[in-house]
Design a binder for this molecule. Structure first.
Ligand SMILES: Nc1ncnc2c1ncn2[C@@H]1O[C@H](COP(=O)(O)OP(=O)(O)OP(=O)(O)O)[C@@H](O)[C@H]1O
Ligand SMILES: [Mg+2]
Length: 389
């Protein structure tokens, strides 16, 4: 529980007196303020504790005025605070005054919550006073969290929808290894029932059958990893293998022939990424490129990586018509789509993911015989991740 006794180093509270007219006016102004306002003296004793503070901390002003402001701080802050005020008065070095920063407050029920605190200073005939303006950050933090959750949902939904759209073709892809597996097993069964000596070949056929079963397993595993719901992660990885896997995943869903020209840059630094999210960008870009190029005689896509100052760039270029000028202004906005069955989420989500990784997604729109080229830029992983502390 909290100790409401005045701190031993504080002088006794001044004798209360009825407020003068101007004091009463000031108090009513303070009490109508939406922000919490606390005024303390040089000994950290509370002189003013407005109504917003009473609500924020769950304690009436009458219980705290005259006592040390540590009462409304969690223990670890409280310990530092006296030292803080003392050191400022001695040295004049400002750590918070005039700056403002995020601190923690303590409610009467013991909950600790985030606050934005800005502190001003006033010289009065009674000595120096410090005026703290406090804003409860919980509503902002909650809405930030809600937004982050929502974004996560959307990212996940887009992955599910990508797989969903590719569904029929993926089933077709799965059918190939399963059919091959069946054929191998049938061959053994036939030979066996005809009494043919299969000892010399059986090992080889079984290896092949196992290989096909493994291939089918991999397809399913990759899809499951891709749509699995998970919190964002960070792993230091080489970008190229991630890209290759994502290209394979995208091509699983393709019925049409398309030429893929893949070039890997040399000496690419590793990146610190959420592998599934980065693969999601690649899937989105390559699907868009395939869709854009599907109307030309010889559809082709170039997928290149290269090192670029301090980072890595992935370029996906197609030989389609380029971005339509009317689509360009809203290209990266959600729900902007020119396709009959498009959700218009691919690029919006991809850019958000890129920026959450400290990178970006940009486009050269092409046109006049040139296809669009999208560049995903990712910073290199820091050599010593914790060097900034
Ligand atoms: N490579 C490209 N060439 C030409 N236009 C493109 C290309 N990539 C994207 N676009 C345009 O940008 C729009 C938005 O693309 P985005 O990937 O965000 O959504 P979508 O492909 O329409 O739907 P989905 O949510 O299924 O990805 C597309 O509808 C298309 O008009
Ligand atoms: Mg798309």
């Amino acid at each position: 529980m909290r100790d409401f006794a005045p701190s031993p180093d504080a002088p006794a509270s001044p004798a209360p007196h009825p407020p003068t007219v101007s004091e009463a006016r000031l108090l009513s102004v303070l009490d109508t303020a939406a922000d919490g306002i606390i005024v303390i003296d040089e000994h950290a004793r509370i002189l003013i504790f407005n109504k917003a503070c009473e609500r924020m901390f769950g304690v009436p002003a009458a219980e705290v005025v005259g006592k040390n402001v540590k009462l409304v701080m969690p223990t670890e802050y409280a310990r530092e605070h006296d030292a803080y005020v003392g050191s400022y008065i001695r040295t004049g070095v400002k750590k918070i005054i005039g700056i403002g920063r995020e601190v923690q407050g303590r409610h009467a029920d013991g909950t600790v919550f985030p606050l934005e605190l800005s502190v001003g200073e006033a010289a009065t005939p009674d000595g120096r006073q410090f005026i703290g303006i406090l804003r409860d950050l919980r509503p902002r933090k909650e809405s930030e969290q809600r937004l982050a959750d929502l974004q996560g949902e959307l990212v996940h939904l887009a992955r599910v929808s990508a797989i969903d759209e590719m569904g029929a073709a993926i089933a077709h892809e799965l059918n190939q290894p399963l059919t091959a597996l069946m054929l191998y097993l049938q061959a053994i069964r036939r030979a066996h029932s005809r009494g043919v000596d299969i000892v010399t070949v059986v090992g080889d056929i079984l290896d092949k059958a196992a290989g096909e079963a493994e291939r089918a397993g991999h397809i399913i595993q990759r899809m499951r990893q891709f749509v699995e719901k998970r919190d964002p992660e960070r792993h230091v990885r080489a970008l190229d293998p991630l890209i290759d896997e994502a290209i394979d995943l995208t091509l699983l869903g393709q019925r049409h022939r398309i030429r893929i020209d893949r070039q890997q840059g040399e000496n690419l630094p590793p990146v610190s990424v959420d592998p599934v999210q980065v693969q999601q960008i690649v899937v989105n870009l390559v699907r868009n490129a395939i869709e854009a190029a599907s109307g030309v005689a010889d559809p082709a896509i170039q997928i290149r990586t290269r090192a670029d100052d301090g980072g890595v760039v992935l370029e996906v270029q197609d030989n389609g018509p380029g971005i339509a000028p009317e689509a360009l202004p809203k290209l990266f906005e959600a729900f902007a789509s020119s396709k009959r069955r498009g959700m218009g989420l691919g690029l919006a989500i991809s850019r958000t993911i890129a920026q959450n990784h400290g990178g970006d997604l940009v486009v050269e729109p092409g046109g006049k015989g040139r296809g669009a080229c999208f560049s995903l830029i990712l910073p290199a992983a820091a050599a010593v991740p914790d060097e900034v502390g």
